[in-house]
Design a protein around this ligand. Structure first.
Ligand SMILES: [Zn+2]
Length: 222
């Protein structure tokens, strides 16, 4: 049965979700079932309890709190809030609001520009992640749903990133700078330089984390 035969039976949102799932690639290994609420995909009662309490859902308050706890400027927290709510002005969103006639990505022209495409799948964004993420983590990077990918990024878990305290900061800064670079290329004709952007992301994450640590130092009263 082809995909076209189920199109009339499913809502548009579901079809779009299916369309965003990347096809299998050589080297990714075979599909397997896993528990989505643990980084190692193994079931635990702790995570099951958390999921039942709503912590595993994208709308769970714990994740909203996590966004505002990141060691980044408020404008980046706001950017994530918009991304989680699907409010970034991608070409898909522009067409939905009748501001544009094409949903195609203006940078790579290979697919519709959704939020996931802009931050994760577009060739320029993909190159940035390939520089920042260890090669051994890239298969999981590709396999996670977009929601899980965002959540794992801001939760500072090392499953898709690097084993240091800076990962969530670097992840947040990278998403934000990728989005800014997309806008700069589309609106201002500034070339999206993936290598330069990756270097900038590393430096900016260190600076933001250091600034955040300074603000966390408790004042000593005498
Ligand atoms: Zn693209």
């Amino acid at each position: 049965m082809g995909l076209e035969s189920i199109v009339p039976c499913l809502p548009r949102e579901t079809l779009e979700k299916i369309a965003t799932v990347p096809p299998p690639r050589i080297g990714m290994g075979s599909d397997s079932l896993g528990w989505r609420w643990e980084d190692n995909r193994k079931f635990t009662t702790r995570s099951a309890y958390g999921a039942l309490c709503g912590e595993g859902e994208i709308n769970g308050a714990v994740y909203w709190r996590q966004i505002w706890k990141m060691s980044v400027p408020q404008r980046i927290c706001m950017f994530f809030w918009l991304a989680f709510h699907g409010r970034l002005l991608t070409n898909e969103e522009r067409v939905r609001r009748h501001l544009s006639v094409s949903i195609r990505c203006s940078i790579c022209s290979t697919g519709p520009e959704s939020i996931e495409h802009a931050l994760r799948l577009c060739s320029k964004a993909r190159r940035v992640w390939e520089i920042l993420i260890p090669p051994s983590k890239l298969s999981l990077f590709d396999a996670l749903s977009f929601e899980d990918w965002l959540l794992q990024g801001i939760r500072n878990v090392a499953s898709i990133g690097t084993r240091d305290d800076l990962w969530s900061t670097r992840f947040a800064v990278t998403c934000w700078l990728i989005w800014k670079s997309c806008c700069a290329q589309i609106l201002g004709g500034v070339d999206f330089n993936s290598e330069g952007l990756a270097r900038h992301c590393r430096g900016a994450a260190v600076e933001y984390a250091a600034a955040h640590a300074c603000r966390q130092v408790p004042r000593v009263s005498i």
